[in-house]
Design a protein around this ligand. Sequence first.
Ligand code: RB5
Length: 155
Amino acid sequence: MIALGCDHGGYGLLGEIRAMLGEKGMEYRDFGTFSEESCDYPDYARPVSLAVASGEAEFGILVCGTGTGMSIAANKIPGVRAALCGDCFSAEMTRRHNDANVLCLGARVTGAGLALKIAETFLKTGFDGGRHARRVAKITDMELRSDGEIRPRNV
Ligand code: RB5
């Protein structure tokens, strides 16, 4: 299942992404927003991110005006690796190298045609693992040490 969310700035583009997922027969759950009425992007980044972090959703897609607010908010949820992508190469590489599990898009920055290609690329690309798994582990398993530094656990 793909968890979807947007604010008013991303509402139109998310509609196109819903249609694309429907055409491909991919299951999704839309966490809103459900209109172009002004709203706050963290209110939609959070439930989508929690769905991904809990394993309810395999991936999340979040759309706001720039994608920046959504990516900042999503990355606050432990276990979420949200990537703001404006090109297909970044979308492929963030799956292959970062095992990104949430794609953020900026509807006021990236045209719908490109955004759909970016989403398709993100969803079909696997994680390379290997040395990248070690690096991802260093991102996700940080701790505050007694000397006041934040470093990867067990390193
Ligand atoms: C809403 O005006 C806008 O700030 C929002 O969609 C997003 O771009 C925030 O990062």
